[in-house]
Design a protein around this ligand. Structure first.
Ligand code: COA
Length: 261
């Protein structure tokens, strides 16, 4: 399995690791990465030897710092109706085996929604999570309104989504956004140790427990998913969104111009 934007590492211990590999842009999720990840999930689900997945980000600064704003700026209603990220995260939540997000650094926007679609989230002491979409004139339209609510409760989810504030590791652990936080150097081993303790158990029982847990946690109703996408589509065409995203991208252009002298 070879992809442009992600790397798949297989282990001989029964799980595979998926590494988001665009470190220059803090592993921002572009359309290529969505398609790569979607194909990889199909392939990994079909592999008998793969009994679990661990996700992490390349580089030392991010898990995934959100959807790629240089693509988002041009997305329109028709793109939102394709439920591009929402569909991917639903496929991830439905992955038949346990999934663990091992999160260091920034995990924002679509990156946070991706992590919320995993079964278990383990952070490092440098982890920063959040749903800053409203700062960019859009909503978190790929699952956060229901998955974050499920994970941290309705009051906290509303506060985080309305303010867009970034949440440091210790607070994430306190409110349940992260299951726990360990030192950065211990992060991967902590995730692998957790996976090992899952894989010691009955394969059949773990698989069926996931089916039961997904059913019990009110997995996303397709109609709710589309409501988020439609709302997202409305924001996608607003002048406010274009201005806010352009401001972010121009900051980047100004940095490049300064570097060119
Ligand atoms: N989309 C596209 N590019 C992104 C990105 C995103 N979501 N997040 C970071 N990047 C890029 C930056 O443009 C920059 O690229 P450059 O070096 O070519 O200029 C690079 O990643 C490093 O980020 P930078 O902003 O320079 O680092 P920082 O330490 O100053 O700030 C963040 C880090 C995460 C606070 C900042 O990058 C940020 O706010 N990113 C957007 C987060 C967001 O809103 N995500 C939700 C999107 S829906």
């Amino acid at each position: 399995m070879s992809y442009e934007t992600i790397e798949i590492q297989t282990t001989n211990e029964g799980w595979a690791e998926v590494v988001f590999n665009r470190p220059d842009v803090l592993n921002a999720l572009n359309l290529r990465m969505v398609n790569d990840l979607s194909s990889a999930l199909d392939e990994l689900a079909a592999e008998d030897g793969v009994r679990g997945l661990i996700f992490h980000g390349a580089g030392d600064r991010a898990f995934v710092a959100g959807a790629d704003i240089s693509e988002l700026v041009d997305r329109k209603v028709e793109d939102a109706l394709k439920a591009i990220n929402a569909g991917l995260f639903q496929k991830l939540e439905d992955f038949p085996r346990p999934t663990i997000a091992a999160i260091r650094g920034y995990c924002l926007g679509g990156g946070s929604e991706l992590a919320l679609a995993c079964d278990i989230r383990i952070g490092a002491d440098d982890t920063v999570m959040g749903q800053p979409e409203v700062k960019l004139g859009i909503i978190p339209g790929a699952g956060a309104p229901h998955r974050l609510t499920r994970v941290v409760g309705t009051g906290m989810a509303r506060e985080l989504i309305f303010t867009g504030r970034l949440v440091k590791a210790d607070e994430c652990a306190r409110i349940g956004f992260l299951n726990r936080v360990v030192a950065v150097d211990a992060l991967l081993e902590e995730a692998r140790g957790t996976m090992r303790s899952i894989l010691k158990n009955s394969d059949l029982a773990v698989r069926l427990a996931k089916v039961a847990l997904n059913a019990a946690s009110n997995s996303v109703d397709r109609r709710h998913m589309m409501l988020e996408c439609i709302s997202q589509g409305i924001t996608f065409e607003s002048e406010d969104k274009r201005e806010r995203m352009t401001r972010f991208l121009e900051r980047k252009k100004a940095k490049e111009e300064r570097a060119d002298g």
